[in-house]
Design a protein around this ligand. Structure first.
Ligand code: DXP
Ligand SMILES: NCC(=O)COP(=O)(O)O
Length: 249
């Protein structure tokens, strides 16, 4: 198995800052160009139903102006399906959404919403878009993803990142077990949410994981070190965790 671990950079929160003043600066597409030049492997962006950060126009421009694969995060609604099918990104990740939440609070209930999700997974797949489901590290949710025919899952790492001490160790054990189970069933495994320089290494060193999607921390850290700097350090930590030659390990 290849040891490669891709880094997808989520640029939503560049748009959060732009929208705070309602203008055009800072431009998430300009950020995506810097992300590409910094050597990331993909761009992730979430077109929320309430458009609190990324806009429809941002998605069109990301698709048209950026060479990296675009991972389009979407709620399972007809409105989003229509936009994604029109945009034709490389990948679509179906995520849960609650209007009142501050951020994506947990994974998609792929098991409980099985019948609702089936049409979305098949229409996206039939259009040649790689579908992933953003789920909790749970065997029930992995089994549901398999029965839905989703080729990829992204494991929500938020609870692990928020936890401390023994609780964090328990969350990591839960993720490790799920990642191994999912990969053994033939799913491509991604992970993300809340990852930072402090939390990335134990996740990056799981060899079954093929891609990490990281946003909020990288954009925040860019205030201090620039986007190239925050991405370069994240990449270094990922390579080091993976034992890649050339890293400091
Ligand atoms: C689904 C997910 O995890 C990302 O979309 C990311 O969290 C974006 O930030 P918000 O959840 O704050 O919209
Ligand atoms: N799907 C997770 C993602 O895209 C990035 O989440 P975060 O790093 O912004 O919390």
């Amino acid at each position: 198995m290849s040891n490669a671990l891709r880094l997808g950079v989520n640029i939503d929160h560049v748009a959060t800052i732009r929208n705070a003043r309602g203008g055009v600066h800072p431009d998430p597409v300009r950020a995506a160009k810097i992300v590409a030049a910094a050597g990331a492997d993909g761009i992730t962006a979430h077109l929320r139903e309430d458009r609190r950060h990324i806009s429809d126009r941002d998605m069109e421009r990301l698709r048209g102006e950026i060479d990296l694969p675009l991972n389009f995060e979407m709620a399972a609604t007809d409105e989003m399906l229509e936009i994604v099918l029109k945009t034709r990104p490389h990948a679509a990740c179906i995520v849960p959404e609650k209007r009142e939440e501050r951020t994506t609070e947990g994974g998609l209930d792929a098991a409980g919403q099985h019948n609702h999700l089936k049409r979305f997974v098949s229409e996206l797949g039939n259009a040649g878009i790689r579908v992933s489901l953003f789920i909790e590290a749970s065997k029930t949710q992995l089994d549901a993803a398999l029965s839905l025919g989703a080729p990829v899952v992204e494991i929500h790492t938020g609870a692990y990142c928020d936890a401390t001490g023994d609780e964090r160790a328990r969350e990591l054990a839960r993720i490790t077990e799920a990642v191994k189970y999912g990969a053994a069933q033939g799913l491509e495994i991604h992970a993300g949410h809340g990852l930072s320089f402090d939390t990335v290494s134990p996740i990056a060193c799981l060899p079954e994981i093929r891609e990490l999607n990281i946003g909020h921390f990288l954009i925040g850290e860019a205030i201090f070190t620039g986007l190239e700097g925050s991405i370069a350090e994240m990449r270094r930590l990922m390579d080091e965790a993976r034992g890649k030659p050339g890293s400091d390990q």
